[in-house]
Design a protein. Structure first.
Length: 202
């Protein structure tokens, strides 16, 4: 017998005891925790492979992996920023539990993952770093005293153009990751008689 397997897919091993009720190939559903990513072990100060949903390591893997990612050398990344983001995600419980089911370029895919950690990639010359949105010390305060006379402008979106409800889809981890609809409606929409304006998340 020749053993043949496809290269790179997730593998699942099973032992099934045959009996009189087994009359075909069973249908099996399982939770795949992903492939091993290169993550930084801060305790031992080493890189190691481990499944992870930390947005920092997912984003870095997308940029650097030679097969399905950008294949960019790790030396071109501000690794300390990714370590900072990884610690921030652990502290705030921020995770990337997404699925890439459409074609997109490397930058868009990494941006999607990093957004879940409140971060975005930045390109500075030939190197890549991150901008992380998180609480920080106050360095400067802007008020009317900082505004040059005649330069301040403010634009308001008309009420007719504002979304009164948002619709989207999500995968429910408490119900076998089934795709379900999500609808959020502004609390003052119906009592005030405002015309509903729906917006869809993509």
């Amino acid at each position: 017998m020749d053993y043949v397997r496809n290269k790179h897919p997730a593998l699942l091993g099973m032992k099934i005891k045959p009996d009189d009720q087994l009359n075909g190939i069973p249908r099996v559903t399982f939770l795949n925790h992903g492939r091993g990513l290169r993550i930084w072990d801060a305790t031992n100060n080493i890189w190691r492979a481990e499944t992870s949903n930390n947005t920092a390591w997912v984003g870095l893997d997308i940029f650097t992996h030679s097969r399905y990612g950008g294949g960019i050398p790790l030396t071109r990344f501000d690794v300390e920023k990714y370590k900072e983001l990884a610690a921030h995600c652990v502290d705030k419980g921020l995770e990337f539990n997404g699925v890439f089911d459409t074609n997109m370029n490397v930058w868009d895919a990494a941006t999607m993952a990093l957004r879940c950690g409140h971060a975005r990639p930045l390109n500075i010359g030939t190197r890549y770093t991150l901008e992380i949105e998180k609480a920080d010390d106050i360095y400067m305060m802007f008020s009317v005293a900082n505004i040059i006379s005649g330069t301040f402008k403010q634009t308001w979106l008309s009420t007719q153009d504002r979304a009164t409800e948002v619709e989207g889809q999500y995968f429910d981890r408490t119900d076998k990751h089934k795709q379900k609809p999500l609808r959020v409606v502004a609390s003052d929409t119906y009592p005030s008689g405002v015309r509903t304006q729906a917006s869809k998340l993509t």
